[in-house]
Design a protein around this ligand. Structure first.
Ligand code: SF4
Length: 236
């Protein structure tokens, strides 16, 4: 936390009246400065391998996924090859990651679905119909492979959007709608990754000094600053 650079305006007061739109513009500026480049964290070389990697990343880290996919893609980097593998074999290759038994079954089923469809397709309905692929996974594939504007919202982005007062959505679906309203469409794909990078670099799970954070020091609500400060004080 101490490594967090000071805020753009040097301020530490929450501007309760600041509109979401103004906050969004300022946050974009900071994130563009911190992360001008947004390399895709999951290793892949096709729409299919990206879909597999994103599906595998549920409940585990991208780093862990990148450790298992080289062996998996060596055996099966196409739906044709994956459909021929035994589920147990797939499971043993990906056993290091969470929910491996379910993911192995889904990989096999997904491969058959893709083959029945005649191949991969940059289409929401098709992607969301695949085994183990929900709206968030489909959004990542649509944005990162097909270049379609999408704003994949996972629990980390959902939490940060709430901390920054950009959404008070009670669900990831509502947060996605709120974020799409305040950020320009052409920035969605990049922002998704920038927010993830920021969270990974700076955000601890809970209870810390918001006044040292480059975004929360002005974007968080007074209520939250007080809550975090009270709970840090109690812990001392
Ligand atoms: S939770 Fe808020 S205060 Fe803490 S590092 Fe993340 S953005 Fe900054």
């Amino acid at each position: 936390m101490s490594s967090i650079r000071t805020s753009l305006n040097g301020g530490t007061n929450t501007n309760a009246k600041m509109k979401r739109q103004e906050k969004a513009t300022k946050i974009s500026f900071i994130l563009n400065e911190l992360y001008p480049k947004t390399p895709i964290p999951l290793d892949h070389d096709s729409a299919y391998t990206l879909t597999v990697a994103v599906m595998l990343s549920a409940q585990t880290t991208d780093k862990k996924v990148n450790q298992v996919t080289p062996a998996l893609f060596k055996k099966a980097n196409t739906p044709e090859k994956m459909a021929k593998l035994n589920v147990r074999e797939v499971q043993s290759i990906i056993k290091e990651i969470g929910l491996a038994p379910t993911k192995a079954k889904n990989l096999k089923k997904m491969a058959k679905q893709i083959l029945n469809n005649g191949g991969m397709k940059g289409d929401w309905e098709f992607l969301e119909s695949l085994a183990g692929v929900g709206h968030k996974t489909a959004s990542v594939v649509m944005s990162q492979w097909y270049g379609h504007p999408a704003f994949p919202v996972d629990t980390h982005i959902h939490r940060l959007a709430s901390r920054w007062g950009l959404s008070n959505g009670k669900s990831v679906e509502q947060t996605e709608k709120d974020l799409k309203k305040i950020f320009p469409k052409e920035s969605w794909n990049k922002l998704h990754l920038q927010i993830i990078f920021f969270g990974r670099e700076f955000c601890p799970a809970r209870n810390h000094d918001l006044t040292t954070c480059r975004i929360c020091c002005w974007a968080a609500t007074k209520k939250r600053i007080l809550e975090e400060s009270n709970s840090s004080t109690k812990k001392k």
